[in-house]
Design a protein around this ligand. Sequence first.
Ligand SMILES: *Cc1c(COP(=O)(O)O)cnc(C)c1O
Length: 609
Amino acid sequence: MPLGGRKGTGKQKAASIRTLNRFIRQLTDGLMISGCDGITCPIEKEHIAYFSMEVGISHTIPTYAGGLGILAGDVLKSFADMKIPVVGITLLNEKGYFYQTLDADGNQKEEPVQWNPHDHMVLLPNSVTVTIEGRPVKVRAWKHMVRGLSGNELPVFFLDTNVPGNSDFDKTLTSYLYGDGRPYRLSQEIVLGVGGVRMLESLGYHNIRKYHMNEGHAALLAVELLRKTYRDAGSEEKNYDLDAVKEKCVFTSHTPIAAGHDKFDLDLFLRLTGDYVPKMILSKATHDNQVNMTLLGLVVSKHINGVAKSHGEVTRGMFPEYSIDTITNGVHLPSWVSPSFRDLFDANLPGWELDPFTLRNSLFIPKEKVWKAHEDSKAALVNEVNARTNAGFHPARFTIGYARRFTEYKRPDLILYDIARLEAVAKHVGDIQVVFAGKAHPADGKGKELIRKVFSDCKAVNSANTPLKMVFLEGYDMQLAKLMVAGCDVWLNTPQRPFEASGTSGMKAAANGVPHFSTLDGWWLEGHVENVTGWSIGEHPHDAKPGQDTDVGADASDLYSKLENDIIPAFYGNRQKWMEIMRHCIAINASFFNTCRMAQQYIANAYLE
Ligand SMILES: *Cc1c(COP(=O)(O)O)cnc(C)c1O
């Protein structure tokens, strides 16, 4: 079966450019009056409200943990670039996710992130109230303006419960992203979903065309909308207008793992929300005494989508009674290209920022110029590695990058499965340098153990004098990610199939001409052309026997033999071919896996519905 070619269920529509333009014009008219501050005057024109538990806009606003939040930030930036009237709603997370350091044994230490919201946003006078466990909790908002390429600005509202009058505990509800304990998480979701809808109203946004839930954390927003439709008509089904709410709601799922979906014990849920959620909705979202926030989102949304073709397939399998579309993720290219690639594109492909499809033409950029731009990006990374670790990295040596959340299914240690073999490959075909980075969730013991293992393997390898050098860099954030995705020669990803919903760091690498080397999962099933945009690891899912776990040893062995036979020999021995691959990463993948295309698909397929 061709990817995404499933008949009847996919609702993918071809984006009609004319409809799209009309819609954009109609929506941009709405901006005319948003010259008002959005505090006192009603905002008549239509807006899209984009809700996300985390939003990553810049490393200086540390309110994000990783992929989910950075995706939200990236797509909001593209909406700003395209002048689409969208507003973002998220939590302040005033102590961030956490600041990561490692001790001498590689144990992760977590500290609150020190930053000052006043440096990046303004506190608004508006205040709304939500009810948690029968208590009124006050919520206020900070406004940050995301500036688009042509100067247009898009507001993101960061909700904050650290307000005089709230109890000490309630003041902490917007302190830590993904903080400790289920009651805390559910309270945060009440603030985000219910508080978010009320705050938008208080700010004067009375004409919201669609409410977009980025993952189940925001699903309670739909319950708030549903309660507004209440009229006494005799029975619960008739009292509420679920169809009207569905018209307004768009839901994006990001998790292909059943256990990864946000769930709460029914007892806890009822304790905190009382009778807030009408029974007809609650019963549909509850299984085995667990309230599943993904199910809640599905029940109330007309448009539902997964974030890569294969993830759409997996999601349809998990929720067969729903019609589930796919909109593949992207990255905001202007935020992720290195300074040297920005200069290269500016000089050779003017207009690429607002129209990234232009990058198709990168096959016509002289190869040597692409290589020169890469050398500059790589020098910046090598300098950073050497300044931080004294590992003696050299810019001429083949360098592999691996950075993402450390957790079991992502298998960050796959390349270390047989270190002796990796050293033998380096001896045989050429020096290898590896840069690792990533955080483990504070409650993910296995993830922390993986950090310890990678950290100690790095130490052991470097103390032996071999042609293999490895480092682990602390404090993975958007700034370090930007250096790494551009400065490595190959970007590695080794998740266990089919658990990677999409993945986006490989797209950031492609934007900098860096080929991807990964198991065939998530976005890579759409971006992979062997020896052209990168290389695969392990078998293709279409060849795998159903239900059979991937064989770690076989994947590792494939990884080593590709390095030995294809990748490293091309890097050191066939620079012409290597530069050709770099150009294809940009032409084939960066031109497509970007948030400009993604935003257009959300507009055409979800917001216009
Ligand atoms: C892009 C990015 C991620 C997500 O990368 P994946 O490949 O999707 O895991 C996580 N953290 C940071 C800091 C990033 O920049």
